[in-house]
Design a protein around this ligand. Structure first.
Ligand SMILES: C[S@@+](CC[C@H](N)C(=O)[O-])C[C@H]1O[C@@H](n2cnc3c(N)ncnc32)[C@H](O)[C@@H]1O
Length: 317
């Protein structure tokens, strides 16, 4: 029987979780970037929750905390100020991120009072009718435009952002108990090391000789976790496709994480039977992964609807 405790509650204070009782923290908290204008993503978590996490984690326990390119520095400072050791930053990379940009040359035309030139029609624009790009709600049309002013032409194709192709995952550790060695800490608490064995990347068949003493299970996993194969014939990292929104019809969480990515983190940070904590579980991806991999799980989610989705998914494992 799987063992989990999930709460439709504010995680602050981590009510019902005991001091030094949790083996790993794996969480995808609000990034503080107002993603898709979601209220819960308006601010980064307060340092207080990281202090709460530190309190309930066993000495030497590791944590993996998702973050954003724009604000990972603040998240890292908060984690460090709260007492965590920053061990690494894993880059989960993918090729299907959406660049958030627009042609500034068209803004320049508008500013100068010059009408941009229509040069074509879009096949598809989100929120607009297919084959015609007419807005469902407003009826406004959207066409492919080219700048017409002199300055607009000079800055044709300029934008404000490049394509996002990775999300950082901050790897942290609660310090081991004072006066103990890592080995003594592990013997006492079962925490203090990463599970390298479980997360090795198998060699590809036909791959050339790998070092002098290749490990039978493959390479040590890298701190780049990528989603698409490069053209070099074999995967040296770890391949995880970014999950489509609404991949499960009942799950409308906008920042759903892929289960095989969560499997990699659960496998890296814990051993079977250990307890994983996610204070910001959303639709419960960390919990689904933890239970599938025979770990115990404690999760918190403030939003009632997301909590119900998480409950359904975790119960279904
Ligand atoms: C980035 S999402 C997690 C998504 C999750 N990884 C998934 O795959 O579904 C962060 C979640 O934290 C929740 N949240 C924000 N503040 C919270 C708080 N104080 N206590 C508990 N949950 C909170 C939000 O409602 C949101 O669903």
């Amino acid at each position: 029987m799987s063992e989990y405790k999930i709460y439709n509650k504010n995680c602050y204070g981590l009510p019902c979780v005991y001091k030094d009782s949790v083996d790993a923290l794996i969480t995808d908290p609000p990034y503080g970037i107002s993603f898709q204008n979601n209220e819960w993503d308006k601010a980064l978590p307060d340092k207080k929750i990281w202090q709460d996490c530190l309190h309930v984690l066993k000495p030497g326990a590791f944590g993996a905390v998702f973050s954003s390119v724009r604000l990972m520095h603040r998240m890292m400072v908060n984690l460090e100020d709260s007492g965590f050791i920053i061990k690494d930053v894993l880059f989960w990379s993918y090729l299907n991120g959406m660049p958030k940009s627009r042609d500034i040359a068209l803004d320049i035309d508008k500013e100068l009072g010059v009408k941009s030139k229509k040069v074509g029609d879009y096949k598809y624009v989100q929120g607009y009718k297919k084959n015609g790009a007419v807005n469902y709600k407003t009826g406004r049309e959207k066409h492919i435009l080219s700048p017409a002013s002199k300055t607009g032409l000079k800055f044709k194709g300029s934008g404000l952002g490049i394509k996002p192709a990775y999300e950082p995952i901050i790897l942290v550790q609660k310090p081991i108990e004072k006066k103990l060695s890592v080995a003594q800490n592990i013997i006492k608490y079962g925490t203090g090391a990463l599970n390298i064995e479980e997360t090795r990347i198998p060699y590809e068949t036909g791959e050339g000789k790998v070092g002098h003493n290749p490990h039978p299970k493959g390479r040590v996993a890298a701190n780049i976790i990528r989603t698409e194969a490069f053209e070099d014939g074999y995967d040296k990292f770890f391949l995880v496709p970014k999950v489509r929104q609404h991949a499960e019809d009942f799950n409308n969480h906008p920042t759903l994480k892929p289960i095989n990515l969560m499997h990699h983190l659960v496998n890296l940070l814990t051993w079977k039977g250990q307890t994983v904590l996610d204070p910001f579980m959303g639709s419960g991806s960390t919990g689904v992964s933890a239970i599938e991999l025979k770990r115990k799980f404690i999760g918190f989610e403030l939003d009632k609807n997301y909590f119900k989705i998480a409950e359904k998914r975790i119960k279904g494992v």
